[in-house]
Design a protein around this ligand. Structure first.
Ligand SMILES: NC(=O)c1ccc[n+]([C@@H]2O[C@H](COP(=O)([O-])OP(=O)(O)OC[C@H]3O[C@@H](n4cnc5c(N)ncnc54)[C@H](O)[C@@H]3O)[C@@H](O)[C@H]2O)c1
Ligand SMILES: N[C@@H](CCO)C(=O)O
Ligand code: NA
Length: 439
């Protein structure tokens, strides 16, 4: 058996607690798998006075810097940008390998951190950063490295999937569902990162880097969250044969000159009930990958929560520990390809537009004329016979039109919605949702 490896844990919250407990309870099994014991030397936290069930109080410290300086493996589970970033850089400069679940940090500073790891010849692993327990970072980054990934559609945020699913299946109110997701340990410290789509956007950036071998950071990702999605949207979608899902989409797109570009984006979308992603319920995550040679792949499992996330963290710890025992090269070069990043208006998608309109002769032709003027082709138009419900509605002269478009340019679709908003016969554009996952 090789010399023990000193492990420093930064953070003892939802995920850190589970990691610390398993490092202790499974110590013998891990030693056999690695060929060396893992010695947990300390756990850095903000509040040292709190008692933590199942954690040896002697391990708790507020001296994260000191801990990092004496470790072979640093496991960062604090979250946030600073001091996580500086501590990871310090660990790397000391020759320690690093494991992190911090998607926000990786999406903003991943390139610099990976470059530092390459320079120092150490590993930086982050399987837990995308879709929690689901093995997806290694499959996309390594198993599919010889393939050509065309598209990734991912439900990569457990909180928002839980919220949308509860609204869909049990008619919960948005705020109640968010509160419950927080109680269950799925949500970020600040849940606006979840419902605003930024957590999913960080994961989209990480996946796009891996899939397209091109540097993509958080600011390159177009983001819409789920705060504007109403119970009426979810109910209407269900009646039309769709589930509303917050999707992270990474796509290789052909540009006008025939060369490839990359789009990374997050928005709530209508997914047809027949698509496998529509059956992903609760806080579960799933990542649907389409690639040239492999075809369609689906990765499914628990994407949030302490225990599931600890599985991915522990797998990474064992992987970097084995590497230290066996020796060999550290991190491979980070993405250095150069596919251009395409803004949202250059993608192609489909819209479902719900209009609250005046119900009288000639309205439909006025509405369809707007679509035609923007070169947008309509697939179906449905008018609800019942008048639109709601405050202030006298029930006499209003109707709901649901218009589904064919695949079209985002720029034309968005311009169509703007023109519809100005049309005198349109009381309101009640909702606009993109449709994804149709062949
Ligand atoms: N909770 C999940 O389901 C989940 C899933 C995947 C990834 N993650 C990521 O894992 C990381 C940890 O998440 P969590 O849910 O366990 O968070 P948490 O808020 O429950 O725990 C954070 C821990 O870090 C400590 N900490 C924070 N700032 C510190 C500082 N400046 N100095 C010392 N200690 C500090 C806190 O004391 C606490 O022990 C985050 O990056 C998060 O995005 C979480
Ligand atoms: N807040 C995140 C945790 C997992 O990254 C989620 O809800 O998916
Ligand atoms: Na994962």
């Amino acid at each position: 058996m090789a010399e023990p490896l000193r492990v420093a844990l930064l953070g003892c919250g939802v995920v850190g607690t589970e990691v610390a407990q398993r490092l202790t309870t499974h110590a013998e099994a891990y030693a056999e798998r690695i060929g060396a014991r893992l010695e947990l030397t300390g756990i850095a936290v903000r509040d040292t006075d709190r008692t933590r069930a199942g954690i040896d109080p002697a391990l708790i410290t507020d001296d994260a810097e000191g801990l990092v300086g004496r470790a072979d493996i640093v496991v960062e589970l604090m979250g946030g940008i600073e001091p996580a970033r500086s501590l990871i850089l310090k660990a790397i400069s000391h020759g320690a390998s690093v494991v992190t679940a911090n998607k926000a940090l990786l999406a903003e500073h991943g390139a610099d951190l990976l470059a530092a790891a390459v320079q120092a010849g150490v590993r930086l692993e982050y399987e837990a950063a995308v879709a929690g327990a689901i093995p997806i970072v290694r499959p996309v980054g390594e198993s599919l490295a010889g393939d050509k990934v065309q598209r990734i559609l991912g439900i990569v945020n457990g909180t928002t999937n839980y919220v949308l699913d509860k609204m869909d299946s049990e008619g919960w109110e948005f705020d109640d569902a968010v509160k419950k997701a927080q109680e269950l340990g799925y949500a970020e410290a600040d849940p606006t990162a979840d419902v605003g789509g930024h957590d999913a956007a960080a994961k989209a950036a990480i996946l796009a880097n891996l899939a397209f071998h091109t540097p993509v950071s958080l600011s390159d990702v177009y983001v819409e969250g789920i705060t504007a999605v109403t119970a009426a949207d979810v109910a209407r979608a269900k009646a039309e044969g769709y589930a509303v899902k917050l999707l992270a989409i990474c796509e290789r797109l052909e540009q006008a000159d025939g060369s490839d570009g990359v789009s990374a984006r997050v928005y709530p979308a209508l997914v047809p009930h027949e698509h496998p992603l529509a059956s992903v319920h609760g806080a579960f995550n799933a990542v649907f990958v389409e690639s040239e040679a492999a075809g369609e792949l689906m990765f499914y499992g628990q994407g949030a929560g302490g225990a599931p996330t600890s599985s991915a963290v522990l797998g990474d710890i064992i992987s970097v520990a084995r590497r230290r025992v066996l020796g060999g090269r550290g991190q491979s070069e980070p993405s250095n390809g150069a596919l251009p990043l395409l803004p949202i208006d250059q993608i192609r998608t489909r819209y479902h537009i719900t209009l609250d309109v005046v119900d009288r002769p000639g309205v439909l032709s006025k509405v369809t004329e707007v679509f035609a003027s923007h070169g947008v082709s309509i697939e179906t138009v449905r008018q609800k016979l019942a008048p639109v419900d709601g405050a202030g509605n006298d029930g006499a002269e209003r109707a709901e039109l649901i218009i589904a478009t064919h695949l079209g340019a985002e720029s034309a679709l968005a311009a169509t919605v703007k023109s519809l908003e100005k049309l005198d016969v349109v009381n309101a554009v009640a909702s606009t949702l993109r449709v994804e996952g149709l062949q």
